[in-house]
Design a protein. Structure first.
Ligand SMILES: Cc1ncc(COP(=O)(O)O)c(C=O)c1O
Length: 372
């Protein structure tokens, strides 16, 4: 079986660096290297001393220790550092699952959550969120989807593209279901820290479940996608060793300057989260007013976390709408087709500084084209 093209990433490859108004991106506003270095005295001089040889394949021990300070029980030895979050997803699908195994994936979903598995002959069931209920998936349906050959469940919390966040009771129920069936639970937590109400932040799964993996990175909640640093935390030693061995066939080890810079980000993570959260909530309030005025064109419910939201487009084909929009105005939204969604949905990303102006431009375009 072949690996399907990653539709969302192909669309970004076409438009991300030519479209002037990015209203569909999932990464929030990034920052300049100088601003990251300014977070810690002496950081700039120390960067110049970074040794450019190979780095440790499990990740810089200092970085692993810094990451572990964000966990109540996980230790540095239980953290495995990768290049971004995409690499560990790929590694997991190869190292933890075999052809003929069954994987349940919360849906809609970031495509690598299911396409890599499908390419290996792993059976995938989609655990659908309910668009009429903030895209919440139903735990009773999860129970029904489990088969004798189910090996793992993959969830995303906070969720891309819908912005859905589990409440604590549902979260515990999912862990209980996985534990009851002895399943690995893979929790993509790359948007953690961007709960609009910080009191709703869930614990990292890896601290709560012995067969759980927490996936994290600096690309989303910290806005540092260019560093390409991500990591897995898990108590499961066998899984950890399998992932580490698979990584030898991918990047082997991480970029030394990036690991140095990642330590600064990880030590200042709460500050970075808070900055992004403030902008996200401000932008989301504008988006809420927009959807209220545009309720004849979009059906929407306010998300509670993350950087993206996934309204239904009521004006016809979401794909044609997005293509026309980006070609005539340079405004980029993401059609739901790239999440393999049936129905007409769009992804909005509202983490960028320029968002208020770009949203105004979009509304002007809509008002000038009454047929849309
Ligand atoms: C849910 C989710 N997981 C993983 C990734 C990949 O992150 P990275 O850019 O760090 O590889 C993304 C990127 O959009 C994502 O949305």
């Amino acid at each position: 079986m072949t690996l399907r093209a990653f539709a969302l990433e192909r669309y970004f490859a076409r438009h991300e660096f030519s479209a002037k108004h990015l209203l569909g991106s999932s990464d929030p506003e990034a920052m300049a290297l100088a601003d990251l270095l300014a977070l810690e005295p002496g950081a700039e001089a120390a960067l110049k001393e970074v040794w450019l040889g190979y780095t440790e394949s499990l990740g810089d021990p200092g970085l692993r220790a810094d990451i572990a300070t964000h966990h109540p029980t996980i230790t540095a030895e239980q953290i495995l550092v990768f290049s971004g979050a995409e690499e560990p997803i790929f590694a997991f699908m190869h190292a933890a699952l075999e052809p003929g195994d069954h994987l349940v994936v919360q849906y809609p979903s970031y495509q690598s959550h299911y396409s890599v598995a499908e390419s290996r002959g792993i059976q995938v069931s989609r655990w659908h969120g309910d668009p009429a209920n903030h895209w919440a998936p139903d735990p009773a349906e999860l129970r029904r989807l489990i088969r004798p050959n189910t090996k793992a469940i993959l969830i995303c919390a906070p969720h891309n593209p819908t912005g859905y966040l589990y409440d604590f009771a549902t979260w515990n129920e999912i862990i209980a279901i996985a534990r009851h069936h002895g399943l690995v639970l893979f929790s993509d937590e790359v948007y953690q820290g961007l709960e609009h109400d910080p009191a709703q932040r869930l614990p990292h799964l890896a601290d709560s479940y012995e067969k759980g993996l927490s996936l994290n990175c600096l690309s989303k909640s910290c806005g540092l996608a260019g560093l390409r640093i991500g990591w897995i935390a898990t108590q499961d030693r066998h899984l950890f060793e399998s992932l580490a061995a698979f990584k030898d066939y991918l990047t082997i080890c991480n970029s030394a300057p990036s690991e140095f810079l990642a330590r600064i980000a990880v030590r200042n993570m709460e500050l970075l989260f808070a900055r992004h959260r403030t902008r996200l909530v401000r932008n989301l309030d504008l988006l809420e007013a927009f959807f209220h005025r545009q309720s004849h064109r979009f059906r929407w419910q306010r998300p509670s976390a993350g950087t993206t939201t996934f309204p239904e487009y009521l004006g016809g084909s979401a794909l044609s709408f997005c293509d026309r929009l980006v070609e005539t105005t340079g405004i980029m939204l993401v059609p739901g087709n790239f999440f393999d969604m049936e129905g007409e949905y769009l992804r909005f990303g509202y983490g960028r500084q320029q968002f208020p102006e770009d949203l105004r431009l979009l509304e002007g375009y809509l008002e000038g084209n009454q047929g849309l």
